[in-house]
Design a binder for this molecule. Structure first.
Ligand SMILES: Nc1ncnc2c1ncn2[C@@H]1O[C@H](COP(=O)(O)OP(=O)(O)OP(=O)(O)O)[C@@H](O)[C@H]1O
Length: 536
């Protein structure tokens, strides 16, 4: 379908006159054919072209204001709409798509892009589907999928304001990882309990997916010992039995670096943690909490000041809470359980609805620390075995709580925590972070820059979207589109997935995606039964 005619080309920017009656949307992909070459152009903005004089505009607007009919002589010659676009790809006559190496001539025809052309852009070839290609506010029937093995170690940043669809995206992403059945490990910290069954009636969660029985591992207060948790799903007329582990961690299994990697402790406080560990052995956390500061001071040979001991005791208490999760002599070690599961390519869902902020922080740190350290050690000591491990992604909601300059020491001092360590060094070891935040402007630059895949949902504040735009390729022209995104709509950049431009995406609604995967699974089962029974 004809959409217009090119009126100007400069660099990779194309301007075209929109044909009478044609509908062109921001974010839409269109094509321009010229001398056997096909250019794919992404529409980024609009600009009316007017050859009317100021006096004519004054007369016409005044008449229109009074409700009079306005007739404009030679209207189509003197007033028309143009669209501004960026050339994102060039398709050679043999069908190969690559970055643009030339430009179309002025006055070439602009046409709508058909499904065949869209598929040549290879947006659908990854193994982690997240949504559909979107033209304006409309989804097109071509899937956008990320390439897991490349995306995971290079980190993913998901940004969006309140209600923009961050959790929906998180569930879609986790479902796609689950559907890969063991190819990737994923750890999800769920402080709102919204991933297992959804957050309100009518929503669905990871438990609804049939393959959750094999590939989901739940760490939860819903069970008191390791085993399987039976979950009834009346809306499907089915039940699932999901492997589960109690939300318990014996404090005697904690080491000083588990605390240090929260980034909460100063140099002298870190030294105190090591001294206490050496002095009290496995019981060091409990001793630090229970003994009074003066006696600790004496038992540590006065190597640490009483003030330091007081502050450190307070911080340790804040992190371990009142013993609900970090228990004494309970024997559980959820961090080791999680590690063994991600190494088998499981999606691990850690539910912490009643945890305090401190408990959540320590828990996230311990789990991420165990996974990172063990992948790092494995690569250094047993590279063969390491190469068999699945890439693993650690999903952190409210990422600004861990990765802001403030969280990493505030003014002047720069401390490391486990998430900044993963952001900087995880790539080498196949450990990535999936950082979700409403406030990307708070994140340290390195995290925004090093997250090579970015999912930008509706984000109302300028400092936030400017931060993301400033640290990413292909986003320079996307500002207008980002400002007009609705709930569930995103602009996605992902060089690791081979995307050469900012792709406009309608993220799947989790419930629809989940039902599709369930129906797909049911159809496969019927087919298998038919094959087993020899039915044609
Ligand atoms: N891609 C989508 N398609 C359809 N509905 C969606 C989509 N994304 C989100 N929604 C709906 O929008 C609402 C808000 O979504 P969600 O809870 O994921 O937003 P959020 O960004 O996590 O919000 P908050 O900041 O409050 O945590 C939900 O009811 C959800 O079902």
């Amino acid at each position: 379908m004809k959409l217009g005619v090119v009126t100007w080309v400069e660099g990779t920017t194309v301007r075209f006159r929109i044909a009478e009656g044609a509908r062109v949307e921001r974010g839409m992909l269109v094509k321009v054919e010229d001398a056997g070459r096909r250019f794919v152009v992404k529409v980024v903005d609009f600009k009316p072209e007017s050859l009317l004089s100021a006096a004519e505009v004054a007369v016409i607007t005044s008449r229109a204001d009074k409700g009079e009919r306005v007739q404009l002589r030679d209207k189509d010659l003197r007033l028309y709409d143009t669209a501004i676009g960026v050339i994102v790809a060039q398709i050679d006559p043999d069908g190969e798509a690559h970055g643009p190496t030339s430009v179309p001539s002025i006055f070439s025809r602009v046409e709508s892009l058909d499904r065949d052309d869209l598929e040549k852009l290879n947006l659908h070839t990854g193994d982690i589907p997240i949504g559909y290609v979107r033209f304006g506010h409309e989804a097109v029937d071509v899937i956008v999928a990320l390439d897991g093995s490349r995306v995971i170690p290079h980190h993913v940043l998901v940004v969006g304001g309140t209600g923009a669809g961050k959790s929906n995206f998180g569930r879609v992403f986790a479902a796609s990882v689950l559907h890969n059945r063991g190819k990737y490990g994923l750890v999800v910290f769920d402080c709102e309990s919204e991933y297992l069954l959804g957050s309100k009636p009518g929503e669905m969660g990871l438990a609804h997916l049939p393959f959750s029985e094999e590939y989901l591992f739940l760490v939860t207060g819903r069970v008191s010992r390791p085993g399987r948790l039976r979950i009834e799903l009346p809306e499907l007329g089915e039940a699932r039995s999901i492997p589960a582990y109690p939300l318990k961690m014996d404090v005697s299994r904690l080491k000083p670096f588990d605390f240090i990697m929260t980034g909460e402790f100063s140099g002298p406080q870190e030294e105190l943690l090591w001294l206490a560990y050496k002095q009290f052995g496995e019981d060091w956390v409990y001793s630090l909490l229970m003994a009074d500061s003066r006696s600790i001071y004496a038992r540590l040979g006065r190597l640490s000041g009483v003030n330091t001991i007081n502050v450190t005791k307070r911080k340790v208490k804040y992190l371990v809470g009142d013993g609900d999760i970090f228990c004494r002599e309970c024997g559980y070690d959820l961090a080791s359980a999680v590690l063994s599961m991600v190494a088998k390519g499981r999606v691990v869902l850690i539910e912490t609805p009643f945890a305090t902020e401190g408990e959540e922080k320590l828990l996230a740190t311990i789990v991420a620390e165990r996974v990172f350290r063990s992948y790092e050690e494995m690569r250094k000591k047993l590279p063969e075995k390491w190469s068999q491990l699945p890439p693993v992604l650690i999903m952190v909601e409210e990422a600004h709580r861990y990765l802001s300059a403030q969280a990493l020491g505030g003014r002047g001092e720069v401390r490391e925590n486990i998430f900044s360590a993963i952001a900087k060094r995880g790539r080498k070891y196949k450990v990535g972070g999936l950082y979700i935040t409403q406030m990307p402007s708070e994140l340290i630059d390195a995290v925004v820059r090093q997250s090579l895949t970015k999912v930008i949902l509706s984000l109302p504040t300028r400092p936030d979207y400017s931060t993301v735009i400033n640290h990413s390729p292909y986003l320079d022209e996307a500002e207008s589109e980002i400002k007009t995104l609705d709930r569930g709509e995103a602009v996605v950049v992902s060089q690791p997935s081979g995307f050469r431009f900012a792709v406009s995406v309608k993220i799947f609604s989790y419930e629809e995606y989940c039902m599709r995967l369930i129906e797909q699974e049911r159809a496969e089962q019927v087919l298998q039964q038919q094959e087993a029974g020899g039915v044609d």
